[in-house]
Design a binder for this molecule. Structure first.
Ligand SMILES: C[S@@+](CC[C@H](N)C(=O)[O-])C[C@H]1O[C@@H](n2cnc3c(N)ncnc32)[C@H](O)[C@@H]1O
Length: 434
């Protein structure tokens, strides 16, 4: 079988016949990528339906081939996404695997616009609205040539596909806050209204202006803010304390502007897990430079692309190694890096650790990584500066989680614990040394 054959063709040679994917145009062929995106989304549903009802032997063949292609680096991002999206129904794999794969790979630059739209509609249908709005935002931002009618088409596809009536049904049983459900529907209607308003004046205009989609991006951010308010995460308290404490430090500061640093950046588009964008906003507000450090190159590449208009620093590497040679002052550092072990880490997450540390997630490594990074940070942060350690909590008078070793060490060095809310800790550097 030629190495260049598609997954569909390879499966066909093994007797498994699944619908082919739309053909991507070559060169400057005229292109209707929105229609193709709808076909990709429909294809995901067809693959799921066909394979779910297939005999176990067929499912086994599919799994073996896909695992082989994956392990040998021959499985494209789109095929990874499709299999990730349908695997729970086809192979009975846990649902968290699906969402960790889909909400990470939707950030890949290897997807064509049509594939990005296809997965955007699939996650919208499954009510993963943070990931769906992210996908739409990417399409609007990365393809400024699209016209107002296409923007309206994209927005209406998203709103029609997002199964938000389920939110209302849940609210009726009071499992979900009514206010949130209503607000979200208002935001969705606002998105459509903005897209409709954008279409009217541009009907007669020649070509699209790069800033024409801006109001829609603002609407999508509002939808995301509404989704992000669902749960409280460690970074929210850290950022709130930064807003309260850092102005005093900066007022008396005379040297080069100190940095806001994040070690372990947002890797999946999951509601509430959005520390990176919030820290970027904080840095902008305080007019401080920002650096994001992450082990995972794919993560850093996606962040670089998503925030390319901002003048931030993105570093691929182990936080503990990068901070060892870091020589700039840090006003505040947020650490949420090497994961602590729990039973819901996907293969995709584990793969990053196997590649960088040679083994799967291991608590001892998690603890020592955060301790080492905290030791270097402690020298780089002046008194009045802050350190946040997420996923750290006290159990029977013992610190557990990422800060299991770092927290006691910092307290021993005279750092003051300001908060331990939401399983995140915030510490203030005390003393007279700047
Ligand atoms: C829990 S996620 C961070 C989530 C993010 N803070 C948020 O709330 O959106 C952990 C991240 O840390 C990264 N990571 C793991 N070990 C690391 C290390 N030693 N140095 C830097 N980043 C690391 C992982 O690749 C992953 O992207």
């Amino acid at each position: 079988m030629p190495a260049s054959s598609t997954l569909t063709e390879q499966l066909a040679t093994l007797g498994v016949h699944l619908p082919g994917w739309p053909k991507e145009p070559e060169g400057d062929e005229p292109d209707n990528w929105i229609e193709r995106g709808q076909a990709y989304a429909e294809g995901v549903r067809l693959w799921r339906a066909q394979l779910r009802n297939a005999p176990e032997s067929t499912k086994g063949v599919v799994d073996q081939l896909i695992s082989h292609l994956h392990d040998t680096g021959q499985l494209g991002v789109w095929d990874q996404l499709v299999y990730g999206a349908i695997k729970p129904e086809v192979q009975g794999s846990p649902d968290f695997e699906r969402w960790q794969a889909c909400t990470k790979l939707i950030r890949s630059s290897a997807l064509t616009p049509a594939q990005l739209l296809g997965i955007t509609l699939e996650v919208a249908r499954e009510q993963r609205l943070a990931a769906a709005t992210y996908g739409l935002k990417r399409l609007l931002k990365e393809h400024p040539g699209i016209n107002a009618q296409q923007r309206l088409q994209l927005c209406s596809e998203l709103v029609a596909t997002a199964n938000t009536s389920r939110l209302m049904a849940d609210a009726k049983t009071s499992a979900v806050d009514w206010n949130r459900a209503v607000e979200l529907h208002e935001q969705m209607a606002g998105l459509l209204a903005t897209a409709v308003a954008g279409e009217i004046p541009s009907k007669s205009s020649e070509g699209a202006q790069p800033t024409e989609g801006m109001p829609l991006l603002i609407e999508l951010d509002a939808i995301n803010n509404c989704l992000g308010s669902k749960g409280v995460h460690g970074h929210a308290v850290f950022i709130q304390i930064c807003r309260e404490k850092l102005p005093a430090l900066l007022q008396s500061w005379t040297g080069e502007r100190p940095w806001i640093v994040e070690v372990g950046c947002s890797r999946e588009i999951i509601e509430g897990q959005n520390s990176t964008v919030q820290l970027l906003t904080l840095a902008k507000e305080l007019e401080l430079p920002f650096a994001g450090i992450d082990l995972d190159q794919a993560n850093i590449e996606a962040l670089k692309r998503d925030y390319k208009d901002c003048d931030d620093t993105w570093i691929t590497g182990k936080g503990e190694e990068v901070l060892r040679t870091w020589d700039k002052p840090i006003a505040a550092c947020y650490m949420d890096a090497y994961d602590f072990w729990h039973a819901s880490h996907s293969g995709l997450r584990q793969q990053v650790y196997k590649e960088s540390y040679g083994s799967e997630i291991d608590d001892a490594q998690c603890h020592s990584m955060h301790l080492e990074a905290a030791c270097y940070c402690s020298d780089l942060i002046p008194s009045g500066g802050l350190l946040g350690l997420d996923d750290t909590w006290m159990e029977n008078d013992i610190w557990e989680g990422k800060g299991a070793l770092a927290l006691p060490w910092l307290l021993d060095q005279g750092w003051q614990l300001l908060s331990a809310a939401n399983r995140g800790t915030v510490l203030l550097k005390t003393g007279s040394r700047q």
